[in-house]
Design a protein around this ligand. Structure first.
Ligand SMILES: Nc1ncnc2c1ncn2[C@@H]1O[C@H](COP(=O)(O)OP(=O)(O)O)[C@@H](O)[C@H]1O
Ligand SMILES: [Mg+2]
Length: 213
């Protein structure tokens, strides 16, 4: 969950490879139905990978229409594994797949790209979670993930503190902006490179702790 460009798909593509390496079975549902090439969706990413390889390590499915999302996500979840939904840019409309994703999820990861607007968006997502809880009694656990932050500036620390002041849970692991030739910004459509104990590996492990019963 989070706005467009918040590094959701890129982060998830990398996480899938880490979980694969860690022996955690996973499937991903691409719920970004905007134009594939423009949106840099997870499905578009997998289609760019060599046909003879194992892609992102786990299958990526096109998410079904919103009313079927929860059923499909549950049906395709591997035993002792993860069923992960990659959403498109946040918009708060009750018919949208955003609501379906909140209904389907046990854990909702709000990707926050530190900027002044994010507090507002967070409030909108919490409002949607309240709506879902009223309608269905289901409320996923919410965690915030700082992404694409400037590692040399204090903006990420400031946002982290603001979120924690609002009693939101912010993951310890965070993904800095990396714009180099081998960085996340250039990784679309390539096989993610793994680096043990990197920020991404720490995030992969922390998320597993968050979903553990
Ligand atoms: N950690 C990062 N550092 C720098 N750029 C990134 C990072 N993660 C993603 N990007 C770039 O930001 C843009 C949006 O990323 P994307 O994963 O498509 O976001 P979303 O799925 O949230 O819309 C892409 O151009 C991508 O290459
Ligand atoms: Mg995306």
């Amino acid at each position: 969950m989070g706005k467009g460009g918040g590094a959701k798909s890129t982060t998830l593509a990398h996480l899938l490879r880490y979980w694969k390496k860690m022996g955690i079975p996973a499937v991903a549902h691409d719920a970004d139905d905007s134009d594939k090439k423009e949106s840099g969706s997870l499905l578009a990413w997998t289609e760019m990978l060599p046909a003879h390889g194992d892609g992102l390590g786990s299958p990526v499915y096109r998410a079904p229409a919103p009313p079927s999302l929860k059923t499909e996500a549950d049906r395709l979840r591997p035993a002792h594994g993860l069923s992960v939904i990659d959403t498109k840019a946040w918009d708060r409309s009750k018919e949208s797949l955003q609501y379906a994703a909140i209904r389907a999820a046990d854990l909702l990861v709000l990707a926050l790209y530190p900027s002044g607007m994010e507090k507002f968006r967070g409030a909108s997502i919490i409002g949607a979670m309240d709506d879902v809880e009223t309608m269905s009694g289901h409320r996923p656990k919410l965690v915030c993930l700082l992404t694409r932050f400037n590692p040399t500036a204090s903006a990420a620390d400031d946002v982290r503190k603001e979120l924690m002041d609002e009693e939101l849970h912010v993951l310890d692991a965070a993904i800095p902006a990396s714009e180099s030739k081998t960085g996340y910004a250039q990784s679309f459509g390539t096989t993610p490179k793994l680096k043990w104990e990197s920020d991404m590996h720490k995030l992969a492990k922390e998320l597993l702790r968050e979903v553990a019963p």
